[in-house]
Design a binder for this molecule. Structure first.
Ligand code: PEP
Ligand code: MG
Length: 753
């Protein structure tokens, strides 16, 4: 055996690849080189054609067998390698139960056999194998060499158009089979589509290096960048604690692992490009991963796998997400986590569902997905080992389930459930023109939340009483740069036009927290805990230029009508005053310069910081309305980060602490004659909405899809009875009243969807 077979082979293959010859001549040269370097009598390449493995080139077997010998996936040793995507290394090939004798090849004289799959985009597209007359196993290092050569062959045949992509994907699916994954239900809905990884795996195009020193420098630079990124992420997560901090610590450990970078450098030394070297080492890690029984250790190796993907993306400069590549058909996006802006980058025409490894109910990405009508399942484990890019997925948001590579029977059930759901939606649609009035005559105002151009169209579909929360920051999140005033005005005007006589409440920008916009990063306010940091009104008052522009845009859009403006995250009454002054200055300027302006401006504050509840007596006389943002409010009441998946189901919205707090605020507003609305996600769930009504809330602003179910609930309940029961429960309950309320609703026949 030669000292460094990998290097010698790659040097020889470099010339083969560079030659201006046909693919067949190149494949012949590859098998000749492999046979010589691995001191083997036989080296053969089988490629997948029309779903069958066909002998394409051989050194040592009968040449008459080329393009004649064909094996089905799973047939013979070659077929097994392709089907399992695992190498085989046997001292005595005939002893293996899957050995299949092909007389035309004349192979009976050989004993030992080793083969590796040729893989492209996670699918077998062929097999490279060697055979030897002596009954001896090939050495580990020789298998490594074969795997390296298989990468080069994959590149060669891809370049020559010899890959049977369709058959390869089909074979992989057949080998993997259907799987059901469960997670946390985040956004209800049924979705069917093709899995697309948010961070797509880079397909390595060039495997053989021209200049090893240059490749070494590229990988060195990529390591530095990757380490900077991970350090930055660790710093950000340090304060948040929980799962993500722990995961990142492991990432950091791997990112700085000398062993890993050394192995990549060794692979580069053999003559591979940086990308190919990283992938080669990654494949080795994966093989190790499969043989580790300890789930904890296996998961850590998945982190290393993820990090390898990141390193390949950096080194190849392919940094964009799948959104920038564009979607082609019904798609389910699969990601570790997503920010709301990242989600909004996807083409809404094709995005059907999202599957996340993390995620929580009130994270903004979930809210945005809910507004877009996209089913989301979060906290799904084993995503990376189970789902491959291009797999068919069924997402059942309501059940928190993801069906990977479903069987025809599962698809049939799923289609039936979809039809049932459509039927239920049709039932809700029948309620469209009926009032949201309880059996005992309380009229509940049902408004909807919106934030994107086109959302207002849902007003007509749902016949909601108006838009109770228009999140103006969504326009900022979808823009690459700060939206100019004209664009802001145009959006607000289009929403008001669509709403007609129905009211629209515009909330001024709530940027910061988990709604970070890259072009507005403020170096002085790099928050370690962004939800409680420099966000919303705090940021807007600090950058009054931004607020002035928005105020002008709103006032111009609202010309000739009543304009409702609401400020987010008011913590003390003076902040409301200061924000109002900014708007009033703009209004005075419009008046002075005799420009068109609203007939009336109504001002409201959002109650999402608990402290504000203590100064309501000061605030209420100043405001025209109040809106309770329960997403933020409850996270602060319970000191439980709304975006932290570990806390996602720890505290219940139906806990006495929350309901008592809200009851007090609602009563105080009633005394002061100030209308109060709840606009958090809580109000969009029928049972939670019932609880809110039972403590006196009569105005809800909810996601459009919830209008039907909540209206059905409202119209089926005798509210006074639930109010009485609620008073009793809140007197002595020590934890959530969910069970009591559900039981009562069931007894009373309340429609809960
Ligand atoms: C809230 O906090 O409840 C709210 C409605 O605002 P957002 O979810 O946009 O923070
Ligand atoms: Mg909020």
């Amino acid at each position: 055996m030669v000292v460094s077979p990998a290097r010698a082979i790659l040097r020889a293959l470099h010339d083969v690849m560079a030659a201006k010859t046909s693919a067949q001549v190149k494949l012949n040269a590859v098998v000749a080189t492999v046979a010589e370097q691995l001191d083997s009598e036989v080296a053969s390449i089988y490629l997948l054609r029309d779903g069958v493995l066909e002998l394409f080139a051989t050194k040592g077997l009968a040449q008459a067998a080329v393009h004649v010998t064909r094996l089905a996936m799973g047939e013979g040793l070659t077929g097994v390698i392709a089907a399992t995507r695992e190498p085989l290394n046997l001292a005595e090939a005939r002893a293996h139960p899957d050995f299949a004798f092909k007389p035309e090849t004349g192979e009976e004289i050989f004993h030992s056999f080793a083969g590796v799959p040729i893989v492209r985009r996670e699918a077998s597209v062929g097999v490279l194998c060697v055979q030897h007359a002596d009954p001896r196993q090939y050495a580990e290092v020789e298998i490594e060499v074969l795997q390296t050569v298989a990468m080069v062959i994959a590149e060669l045949i891809a370049g020559a158009g010899l890959i049977d992509d369709v058959a390869a994907a089909k074979a992989r699916r057949a080998a993997s089979g259907p799987v059901r994954l469960s997670g946390l239900k985040l956004v209800d809905g049924l979705a069917r589509g093709t899995a697309v990884f948010h961070q797509p795996r880079v397909v390595v195009e060039h495997t053989v290096a021209e200049d090893t020193e240059a490749e070494r420098a590229r990988v060195y630079g990529a390591f530095i960048r990757m380490r900077e990124q991970i350090d930055g992420m660790v710093k950000q997560a340090d304060f948040a604690g929980g799962d993500s901090a722990e995961v990142l610590e492991t990432y950091k450990m791997f990112a700085y692992d000398e062993g890993w970078s050394r192995r990549i450098n060794e692979a580069i030394d053999t003559g591979l490009t940086a990308e190919a070297a990283i992938e080669r080492v990654q494949a080795r890690t994966r093989a190790k991963m499969r043989s580790i029984p300890d789930p904890y250790l296996r998961e850590r190796l998945i982190d290393l796998d993820d990090l390898s993907n990141r390193l390949i993306r950096i080194v190849s400069g392919q940094l964009g997400s799948a959104a920038s590549a564009g979607l082609r058909g019904d798609t389910i996006v699969v990601a570790r986590n997503l920010g709301p802006a990242e989600l909004l980058e996807y083409d809404r025409r094709f995005l059907r569902g999202v599957v996340l490894e993390e995620g929580s109910l009130t994270a903004h990405v979930t809210i945005v997905a809910r507004a877009m009508g996209i089913a989301v399942v979060g906290r799904v484990r084993d995503l990376w080992t189970t789902i491959a890019d291009g797999d068919e997925l069924l997402v059942d948001g309501g059940a928190g389930a993801v069906l990977v590579r479903p069987t025809p029977a599962t698809i049939k059930t799923f289609t039936a459930t979809s039809a049932l759901k459509a039927k239920r939606l049709a039932e809700y649609a029948k309620l469209r023109d009926l009032p949201a009035t309880t059996l005992d005559g309380t009229r509940i105002t049902l408004m909807m939340n919106a934030g994107l151009q086109g959302d207002a169209a849902a007003l007509n579909e749902t016949n909601a009483d108006g838009i109770g929360l228009f999140r103006t920051e969504f326009q900022f999140l979808v823009s690459a740069t700060l939206p100019r005033r004209e664009r802001q005005t145009a959006l607000y005007k289009s929403v008001l036009d669509a709403a007609g006589s129905r009211p629209v409440v515009f909330r001024t920008v709530d940027i910061g927290g988990d709604k970070a916009v890259p072009y507005m990063r403020d170096g002085d306010h790099d928050d370690e805990n962004p939800a409680m940091g420099w966000r919303a009104l705090r940021l807007a008052l600090g950058r009054s230029g931004l607020m002035k522009v928005q105020a002008r845009a709103l006032l111009e859009a609202g010309a000739g009508r009543t304009l409702n403006i609401m400020f987010p995250m008011v913590s003390e009454p003076w902040e409301f005053d200061a924000a109002k002054v900014i708007v009033e200055e703009q209004r005075a300027w419009l008046t002075k310069s005799e420009r068109a302006r609203p007939e009336r401006v109504a001002y409201g504050a959002m109650l999402e910081v608990p402290a504000l509840a203590e100064t309501l007596d000061v605030l209420l006389p100043k405001v025209d309305f109040l809106s309770i943002g329960t997403n933020d409010l409850t996270q602060f009441l319970f000191a439980a980060d709304r975006a932290n998946p570990a806390l996602a189901d720890r505290y219940d919205w139906l806990s006495p602490a929350i309901l008592r707090f809200l009851r007090r605020v609602v009563a105080q507003c009633a005394d002061a004659g100030v209308p109060v609305t709840v606009c958090g996600e809580m109000g969009g769930r029928p049972l939670e909405a019932l609880a809110l009504m039972a403590i006196g809330v009569e105005r809800l602003s909810i996601t459009p899809a919830a209008i039907g179910p909540v209206k059905a609930m409202v119209r089926s309940v005798a509210l006074a009875r639930v109010r009485a029961a609620m008073t009793a429960w809140l007197t002595d309950a020590s934890s959530t009243i969910r069970a009591d309320l559900s039981a009562m609703a069931a007894r009373e026949g309340v429609a809960l969807g």
